[in-house]
Design a binder for this molecule. Structure first.
Ligand SMILES: C[S@@+](CC[C@H](N)C(=O)[O-])C[C@H]1O[C@@H](n2cnc3c(N)ncnc32)[C@H](O)[C@@H]1O
Length: 390
């Protein structure tokens, strides 16, 4: 992709990216190439330099992309209704939010929940030290009376808890492997140096990647033709197990852009789903100023459901974001604000459109609920059940 359409970063940010690139180059020189997953990991999370680890303004209007919680409080208002329904069943409960971004969802959820439905603790599992600080300030400003309930964790809970786990746009930010179907089998796509610049290279896939790709290929109608390139996350089950192992009872909600496996690996999607975000432009050049842009891959929700199975979690529901939010009561929230000032009403309608229209977030974002010890219908999944597509 041409860089012409992307705005030039300012010099001080280019220097930050240069420092990260030097570190990536050092690793590449050790072995001639590094797996793409390692490149993505460094580009996003290298301490002090990666996209999520350096103090950049990432989310929201002035950043690179806007997530549902950043649009306004409507998304949190809907989630609060699902959480409140669970609170009635669970009794005392906690919320665990993974990857809390700016802290906006935490602040809005705590504010939207009525006092008798508030969680005992709002736990935040965030790997970016920089974002933790942003979250602390945002929650303290927006929900000063409730910030005492928030605790930041360095690792998933190590003692039993019950409640609701929420991960909005977190799975898409986890480092994935890229692979290509070669004429002699599965290849691992790697990053190498060519004239000092990052470039693609490939090698025979290591055993774990080869097996995982072959298993996927065996389960989809068309398999993979030679030349087919895509992504796969080899750590979904491990990650899910780590964050839910101490959840004795409750619901884990994953909201992200993704597909069931058969759609993820459609023959025509022959270059995968990688997407980069820089100043509200989406493009596919993963080597554009490493550390200054977000790099994401869509989520294979079938893989998440399979991981759930290995973690003793039930797939309680799978639906589009639109149907989830409507099931939670988005319409009622809008009706309740119909007499607001013209500005307030218009702003809420604009949020509703962004969250639900098929061409915006409504269809490409999907919601999966994984439960443990639950025996009740969930309002978010009451309108549409897409589990048959997994
Ligand atoms: C795309 S942002 C989404 C932020 C927020 N959930 C939102 O919707 O605005 C991804 C977030 O996940 C965090 N993250 C990435 N990997 C993580 C992990 N393994 N555990 C916890 N947080 C992680 C990032 O630091 C960042 O806060």
């Amino acid at each position: 992709m041409s860089h012409n359409i992307l705005p030039e970063p300012p010099d001080e940010l280019k220097q930050l990216s240069d420092s990260l690139c030097s570190r990536i180059r050092e690793e590449i020189r050790l072995d001639g190439m590094i797996p793409f997953s390692r490149y993505m990991e460094m580009a996003l999370y290298e301490p002090g330099l990666g996209y999520y680890s350096a103090g950049l303004h990432k989310l929201g209007e002035s950043g690179d992309f806007v997530t549902a919680p950043e649009l306004g409080s409507l998304f949190a208002g809907c989630l609060a209704r699902q959480v409140a329904e669970l609170a009635d069943t669970l009794g005392p409960y906690d919320i665990l939010e993974a990857g809390a971004g700016t802290g906006q969802l935490a602040a809005d959820l705590l504010t939207e929940l009525s006092p008798d439905k508030l969680p005992g603790r709002y736990l935040v599992l965030e790997r970016s030290a920089d974002l933790r600080q942003v979250q602390r300030e945002r929650i303290a400003t927006a929900a000063p009376g409730l910030v005492d309930r928030v605790e930041w964790l360095d690792q998933p809970p190590t003692t039993p808890w019950q409640g609701v786990l929420i991960a909005n746009e977190v799975l898409d930010a986890l480092a994935v492997e890229r692979f290509r179907m070669g004429t002699d089998g599965v290849e691992q796509l790697c990053v190498t140096l060519q004239d000092g610049q990052f470039n693609w290279a490939s090698r025979k896939a290591p055993a774990q990647l080869k097996l995982a790709v072959e298993q996927v290929a065996a389960g989809i109608e068309y398999g993979f033709q030679p030349g087919y390139r895509s992504e796969i996350n080899l750590h979904t089950a491990h990650w899910l197990s780590a964050i839910t192992s101490q959840m004795e009872r409750g619901l884990a909600l994953f909201i992200d852009y993704g597909y069931p496996r058969a759609e993820f690996y459609l023959p025509e999607r022959s270059d995968g789903t990688m997407m980069c975000h820089y100043r509200h432009r989406a493009h596919d050049d993963v080597f554009f100023w490493p550390g200054l842009q977000d790099i994401t891959a869509w989520v294979d929700f079938t893989a998440l459901a399979e991981a759930a199975d290995t973690c003793a979690l039930e797939v309680e529901g799978y639906t589009s974001q639109t149907m989830f939010l409507l099931g939670c009561g988005l319409d009622q929230i809008l009706d309740g604000h119909s007499s607001d000032s013209a500005d307030g009403g218009l702003a809420l309608s604009a949020q509703a459109r962004q969250l639900t229209l098929p061409g915006m977030m409504g269809e490409k974002f999907q919601v999966m609920g994984l439960g443990r010890g639950l025996d009740q219908p969930l309002r978010g999944f009451s309108l549409q059940d897409l589990r048959y597509r997994l």
